[in-house]
Write a new protein. Structure first.
Length: 317
């Protein structure tokens, strides 16, 4: 019987592990197939406090992992394939190799940006292709960019990028945006923003760094290459929550619903990071949520222990 299992090895899961381990809970962390989570896919992290020179995503993962293990976290390099959270504690967690029982669970399975799925995209991530303006905008001072998408995120991030870029071209497959009217008005007022309507990206071109995109006008079928320095993609985020469907409350997009102490709809099951946070989506905020979830799990386990112990006679003087 485990005290607490942590699902996911991104900043949220590893920070939860550090806190849970330092609370003497000897947590078991299941990494999932993406060791280190999304941050481990990037080359430059310049906004995580404590690293004034920056560091790479894989370095951040290694350091967090080392810190979690130093205090007694046990790490399973496996993936959770099923859970039963309906009748617990104990909850059941199944991986490819083992079935576990645990008194508490911290879900930190994160999310993933929806990709364009075009040639060049995967090879050029971190080399001009990005899914996060807050993370990478700073690297594009004086450059010309493309933002793909037509919703609130595309406009919000596009507007943010105008702080650095000379020009931000918003490529949208339709001739109307889904974004709210205030953002649309703000974008229309911004001289650095240019809309390219009825158009999709068919390829991202570059050898080691983005050099151009191939664009296709969906009305005329005309396809052409356009030189560009960077491509920011905002066509949605997908939380990794399919395992919990029907067991935990989720919103319409599949993000776990938590209260302000990160309790999910099942007592004893907590969520941390992008699996519930659709707003901030940063390594530091995810790490913060990991800390909170572990502290709450510790309190939950202490209360559970109280319930199982016989009540001693009142001490009187
Ligand atoms: C290219 C890129 C660059 C970025 N750059 C920055 C940056 O510079 N600064 C910054 O602050 N943020 C950056 N971000 C955002 C940051 O990476 C995320 O906010 C952060 O990683 C979210 O952490 P998380 O722990 O919530 O989830 P994730 O990082 O998404 O980690 C999820 C974890 O859950 C695991 N998992 C999933 N399913 C299962 C399962 N079934 N069983 C077990 N485990 C599972 C995965 O293997 C993974 O380890 C960047 C993101 C991307 C994509």
């Amino acid at each position: 019987m485990e005290e607490v299992m942590i699902l996911g090895s991104g900043p949220a899961g590893l920070t939860a592990a550090i806190y849970a381990a330092r609370a003497n809970l000897s947590p078991l962390l299941v990494t999932g197939s993406e060791l280190g989570g999304q941050i481990a896919t990037t080359t430059d992290v310049e906004n995580f406090p404590g690293f004034p020179e920056g560091l790479t995503g894989p370095q951040m993962y290694e350091l967090m992992l080392k810190q979690a293990e130093r205090f007694g976290t046990r790490v399973e390099y496996d993936e959770v394939t099923g859970v039963d959270l309906t009748q617990g504690p104990p909850f059941r967690v199944k991986t490819h190799s083992t079935e576990y029982q645990t008194k508490a669970v911290i879900i930190a399975t994160g999310a993933r940006p929806r990709k364009l799925g075009v040639p060049g995209e995967n090879q050029l991530i971190g080399r001009g292709v990005s899914y996060c303006a807050t993370c990478d905008g700073f690297f594009f001072r004086g450059k010309e960019l493309i933002v793909v998408g037509g919703g609130d995120s595309a406009l919000q991030e596009g507007l943010f990028l105008t702080k650095f870029a000379t020009k931000v071209n918003i490529v949208h497959r339709r001739d109307q945006l889904r974004a709210g009217p205030t953002l649309q008005a703000r974008a229309a007022r911004n001289e650095k923003i240019n809309f390219i309507w009825n158009t999709v990206v068919t390829e991202i071109v570059g050898n080691g760094a983005v050099r151009a995109v191939r664009l296709k006008d969906v009305k005329t079928g005309h396809e052409y290459e356009r030189p560009i320095d960077g491509v920011f993609v905002y066509i949605g985020h997908l939380p990794n929550t399919h395992l919990f469907q029907g067991q935990l409350d989720m919103d319409e997009e599949g993000y776990l619903i938590v209260d302000n102490r990160l309790h999910t709809s099942v007592p004893g099951v907590f969520a941390a990071g992008e699996v519930h946070d659709r707003i901030f989506r940063q390594a530091i905020t995810s790490a913060g949520f990991g800390c909170m979830a572990a502290m709450e799990a510790e309190k939950y386990l202490a209360a559970l222990e109280d319930r199982l112990q016989p009540v001693p006679a009142a001490v009187s003087r």
